[in-house]
Ligand binder design. Structure first.
Ligand SMILES: [Zn+2]
Length: 146
């Protein structure tokens, strides 16, 4: 288990860091002797719904299969279904890998599955947040009026 607070780059895109990522992973070696890390990430990420600006949970349930390589050059030689994990000379950080995977699987914008606004767009209530993000639908509205 990794607390979300340990993943600062991911936390930038969340409304809170209450929560954890469940990581199951197993190292093995494939037929060619490459080190392979296979596993599954499961997390409920607190994100903002861009329609009603309320908090919601985005469930991530993401399998991964990474192959450790030493360099970008080596990464290019991997079969297509392998995802390279360039470790280089640096110590490998599982947290960074998990963060990278979650950033890739988290959609850029999130919406509640149900119609959460009753047709009304509520103002942002979270005063800590920077200027309220523009609702993409408002942009469309203003274009239509021109
Ligand atoms: Zn919503």
């Amino acid at each position: 288990m990794l607390p979300l607070s340990a993943l600062p780059r991911l936390a930038d895109r969340l409304v809170s860091t209450d929560g954890q990522v469940q990581v199951t992973a197993q190292f093995d070696r494939d037929e060619s002797g490459r080190y392979r890390l296979q596993g599954q990430l499961v997390a409920a990420l607190p994100v903002r719904c861009e329609r009603c600006l309320g908090a919601m949970q985005r469930t991530i349930d993401q399998p991964f299969c990474l192959v450790a390589v030493w360099s970008e050059e080596e990464a290019k030689q991997l079969p297509d279904d392998y995802e390279p994990w360039v470790t280089g000379e640096e110590p490998v950080s599982l947290a960074e890998m998990v963060e990278e995977e979650l950033l890739l699987s988290l959609p850029l914008v999130n919406y509640h599955d149900t119609d959460c606004t009753d047709g009304v767009v509520k103002p942002a209530t979270d005063e800590r947040s920077a200027p309220p993000r523009q609702n993409p639908f408002q942009v469309l509205e203003s274009l239509r009026k021109k």
